[in-house]
Design a protein around this ligand. Structure first.
Ligand code: ARG
Length: 658
């Protein structure tokens, strides 16, 4: 990173004696902070208005012609002054500055500020080259107390992916994995202490069903080779038997009604039903699951093997997406004790009530202020927290788990990355925590939701597993690459590259829009090198990497520290436009922390790579005169770094060649 002294000495050569630094700003991390602080200082002198009011009003413009930063004069709230006249007064009084041009009034009530190009370049390019992979990130944001780092960092639990064992890994899990991985990186980049958690669906009667199925259809060899696929196959087969039995019972019951009307004998059918009900898959599964709950070693042992082998396999797949977990928890890990404690508390506080032998929460009975929360409570409706037979449910386990996590981690925030189909479930969970009096927990929890993926299928049929999807997209990518023969021959390891590009294709398509939007899983579109796709972003990165490679091959003595190049030579409009955008990256990062939307990053990255790609014809590197070449190499090196940082934040693996 650059030191404050380095920034100070750059500013000194420009003619500023002190580093402008408003409170809670970071002149060594974010070049635009320097500009905001500088403009604020001048505005305070001119208007006498408090810096605290002025500083936050300096905002990015949407159009370059309005300047880099703008000030909405009415927002200064000076009752005795007319906004348009005041805007003019500010412009007239604004002194000559080494950093910015003379400001201008825009649309009567706005003041536009334009960064002077040369000083901006001299601040931004060295800052990027020296900060490297850290540029844009800001580890101070996660400090408990920025003034006293010894207080430590804020803790965040991100729970994401959370698939169900022996069930398909569906689109909802895919999105949770991608978005959750991104959010974890985001908070880590902001200096939080992030704990990544996978909450597996690994408990319930269906794991009794699975065990029975394994007894009948399982193969030890298949289990070890392909646990996820094999367990799923077994589960499908045994579920079919269970479903057939349920059908038989239903038909028999209907038949009995018929026979009884005719006063005929039904005892044979009744015996059939009894047999199924006593010895069928469903009852056996219940019994088996009861053994698991009671902690019987044999039952638990088998289930644990299924779980462990599945996790091992998942770990490999997650690694391809640059994701690792601090903990594989799951519904099975929720202790009976935590659920009992919660049940007691809920009863004590009158949150729950009995209903035909079950225990429920009727939210409509917990309206505190009809004007405020009646509608909300009506929406939440009723929820069961204990079944008639005394067993727990999905919701019950989430209640127990939330308290346990809080006791264990004392997190400042916890994010659940789950599809919007479960909006109601999580809203009920958070409200129950609140009603129980655990507002310390409920106020720290957040549901990050997202829309559906439409038409997600592999070319062989409906997609079931993450691996199939990734393999299929990799194959498709390989085909796309092969269609350009010349280029294809130069790729060193085409299979591996196709795999990485395919993963990028899936991830970028997923993160391109707002999270809540649904999107179509469009294999042709996402694997194209044209348009705003993953492969296009990778191509842009590889091309920036190739510039440095080509120069190194052509010229032998390139200085390792390019920030010493004569950056004043970067004076073409295209170079200046690239620098302006690179300067904005730290602010984009901050903005992303606010929006929690990966599209904030992607929109910026695509705009940036478009600017870069249209600059190439104007800013030749190889073949230019040495000093110019070095300056441009520094510029493109900085651009590569920013693109790389953005891609890593999203969870992509930037490629150097393709
Ligand atoms: N396993 C669940 C499912 O596939 C998702 C779990 C979400 N997280 C939670 N704490 N409920 O639907």
């Amino acid at each position: 990173a650059v030191s404050i002294d380095e920034v100070a000495s750059t500013l000194k050569t420009l003619g500023l004696d002190t580093v402008p630094q408003a409170p809670n700003t970071y002149p060594t991390l974010n070049p635009v902070d320097i500009y905001r602080s500088h403009i604020t200082e001048e505005l305070v002198k001119i208007t006498g208005i408090d810096a605290k009011i002025v500083y936050p009003l300096l905002a990015w413009t949407t159009k370059a012609e309005n300047g880099d930063l703008q000030l909405a004069v009415p927002a200064l709230r000076q009752k005795d002054k007319k906004a348009d006249a005041f805007a003019q007064e500010i412009v007239d009084k604004f002194p000559e500055s080494p950093l910015i041009e003379k400001p201008v009034v825009k649309q009567e009530k706005w003041v536009g500020f334009f960064f002077k190009p040369a000083p901006l370049t001299s601040l931004v390019v060295p800052m990027i080259l020296k900060s490297g992979p850290a540029y844009g990130f800001n580890m101070n944001l996660g400090l408990r107390d920025p003034a006293d780092p010894a207080q430590g960092r804020k803790k965040m639990i991100v729970e994401f992916s959370s698939p169900n064992i022996a069930k398909p890994f569906h689109a909802g899990h895919l999105r949770s994995t991608i978005i959750g991985g991104f959010l974890a990186n985001l908070y880590e980049g902001a200096g939080w202490d992030v704990y990544r958690m996978n909450y597996l669906g690994d408990w319930g009667k269906q794991y009794g069903v699975l065990a029975l199925g394994f007894d009948q259809f399982g193969s030890e060899e298949e289990l070890v080779k392909n646990p996820i696929g094999h367990l799923y196959d077994v589960y499908v087969k045994i579920s079919k038997i269970a479903a057939d039995e349920a059908d038989q019972v239903k038909t028999a019951k209907a038949k009995i009604v018929e026979l009884k009307e005719k006063s005929e004998n039904t005892s044979a059918l009744e015996a059939d039903i009894k047999k199924i009900e006593e010895t069928g898959v469903d009852q056996q599964a219940r019994d088996y699951f009861k053994c698991m709950v009671d902690g019987e070693e044999k039952a638990l042992g088998l289930w644990k093997r299924f779980r462990d082998l599945s996790i091992e396999k998942y770990k490999q797949t997650y690694a391809r997406l640059n994701i690792r977990y601090d903990e594989y928890s799951g519904e099975s890990q929720v202790s009976e004790e935590s659920m009992e404690t919660a049940a007691k508390l809920m009863a004590e506080k009158g949150v729950t009530e009995d209903s035909e032998g079950a225990v429920i929460v009727d939210f409509t009975k917990h309206v505190k202020d009809p004007k405020k929360d009646a509608k909300e409570m009506k929406k939440l409706g009723k929820a069961i927290v204990k079944k008639k037979d005394g067993t727990s449910l999905y919701l019950t386990r989430d209640i127990g788990e939330a308290s346990t996590r809080y006791e264990k981690h004392k997190f400042d925030n916890m994010i659940y990355v789950v599809a919007s189909q479960q909006d109601l479930h999580l809203a009920q969970l958070f409200k129950i925590m609140e009603l129980m009096g655990h507002t310390d927990i409920s106020t720290r929890c957040q549901h990050i939701n997202f829309g559906m993926v439409l038409g997600m299928s592999t070319r062989k049929g409906t997609a079931k597993f993450l691996d199939d999807i990734l393999r299929d997209v990799g194959d498709k990518m390989h085909e796309v690459m092969r269609s350009n023969d010349d280029k294809y021959k130069q790729v060193e390891d085409p299979v591996k590259t196709a795999d990485t590009l395919g993963i990028s294709a899936v991830m970028v398509q997923d993160m391109k829009g707002k999270r809540i939007n649904n999107y179509n899983f469009d294999m042709d579109r996402m694997t194209s090198f044209e348009g705003d796709t993953g492969p296009y972003l990778q191509y842009a990165h590889a091309r920036l990497c190739s510039i440095h490679r080509k120069v190194s091959q052509a010229v032998s003595d390139i200085p390792s520290d390019l920030s010493t190049a004569d950056l004043s030579l970067l004076n073409e409009p295209h170079a200046i436009e690239v620098v302006r955008q690179l300067a904005a990256w730290p602010d984009m990062f901050l903005n992303t922390v606010k929006t929690q939307e990966p599209t904030t990053v992607l929109t910026y990255l695509f705009k940036m790579v478009h600017t870069i790609s249209s600059s190439y014809d104007h800013l030749q590197v190889v073949g230019s005169e040495r000093e110019v070449m070095l300056a441009r190499l520094a510029l493109y090196g900085a651009a590569r770094q920013v693109l790389n940082n953005g891609m890593r934040l999203l969870g992509l693996s930037p490629v150097e060649r393709m």
